[in-house]
Write a protein that binds this ligand. Structure first.
Ligand code: SAM
Length: 309
């Protein structure tokens, strides 16, 4: 029987979802429970259950109960959805899919060897999801240790950092060039009485010298054609002993990423950043690559901490 246009588009929609494709790729080689799929993909458990129910209705996935939790696997290829998936599958070669498969193998090894979850991921725990154990949760805990004084957050975006630090600062000024982004920051921080907002260009900041104890340049330098000039603008705004904190992606060659995020340069290496900070009169306490993303193209982050003399 041929398909109507509506049935054809429904079928395409079923497979036009990256999470569902990840699940199908995973289940073609392993039977996994919802909890295991959550651990492997990092997707929310409720979303996985919804996707699985939809894939099951379409005859792509089946569940079997073997005493404990139901294990999901690919159903025997039968029906229109399976035909379309077979065609698509033959064209897919994806880094995320390969990473998911490696994680699934670890999860299955752990299931077979009776290890606890922690034992199965020991040494690679940062790559694995477990409920609530996010970098945001870690940041909230660590930020409680800080006493930041007066803070300037340059290229603040919509106030994510300010929201984290406001309680630990006497005052925070969020500066951004975009009125729309600042409006979102104002909304996010509407209950924080010690946060102010300023629309300005980081290349010409409207503040008096020696006004701040901490200046943040978080993922801002990629928006500057001349990043050193931004550092030269920022450092004099610190009080003596005050600190500038910079995070930026390391120098890379991925022009498509630069274009997609409106960056104007291809990142900054730690050597150049350290040299610029010194030349602007700051004493560099730390300037190095602090993290590497676990997925291609493996962007690295450079973090720098320097003190105004
Ligand atoms: C990637 S976001 C970073 C936001 C924030 N610092 C964070 O880490 O979440 C970069 C921000 O820089 C702002 N921006 C770009 N060029 C700027 C400039 N010349 N002066 C001030 N802000 C600028 C953008 O509007 C955007 O909000």
């Amino acid at each position: 029987m041929k398909l109507s246009i509506a049935q054809s588009t429904d079928l395409c929609r079923l497979l036009a979802d990256p999470s569902r494709l990840r699940l199908l790729l995973l289940l073609e080689s392993h039977d996994l429970s919802v909890a295991e799929l959550t651990e492997v993909t990092g997707l929310a458990q409720s979303r996985i259950s919804t996707h699985l129910a939809r894939l099951k209705r379409a005859g792509l996935v089946q569940a079997q109960r073997t005493g404990g939790a139901a294990l999901y696997g690919l159903a025997a290829a039968d029906g229109r959805a399976a035909e379309l998936w077979t065609v698509m599958r033959s064209q897919i070669d994806d880094a995320q899919g390969r990473l998911d498969r490696e994680r699934a193998e670890e999860v299955i090894r752990a299931r077979k060897s009776g290890q606890t979850w922690a034992e199965s991921v020991a040494g690679r725990m940062e790559l694995h999801y477990s409920p609530g154990r996010t970098w945001e949760a870690a940041a909230h805990a660590l930020i409680g240790l800080l006493d930041l004084g007066d803070v300037l957050d340059i290229a603040s975006g919509d106030g994510v950092l300010a929201e984290l630090i406001a309680e630990r600062a006497r005052s925070t000024v969020c500066v951004d060039i975009s009125a729309k982004v600042l409006a979102a920051a104002r909304k996010r921080l509407r209950d924080a009485s010690n946060v102010a907002f300023c629309q300005a260009d980081m290349r010409a900041l409207p503040f008096a010298r020696g006004s701040f104890d901490h200046v943040f340049l978080m993922h801002a330098l990629t928006y500057a054609a001349d990043p050193r000039a931004v550092i030269a603008e920022a450092v004099p705004l610190l009080r003596g002993g005050g600190r500038i904190v910079i995070a930026t992606i390391n120098a890379h060659r991925h022009e498509e990423a630069r274009d997609a995020y409106d960056h104007v340069n291809l990142g900054v290496g730690p050597d150049a950043l350290g040299k610029w900070l010194k030349s602007c009169g700051a004493r560099v306490e730390m300037c190095r690559i602090t993290s590497r993303e676990p997925r291609p193209p493996y962007f690295e982050v450079v973090t720098a901490l320097a003190r105004a003399e």
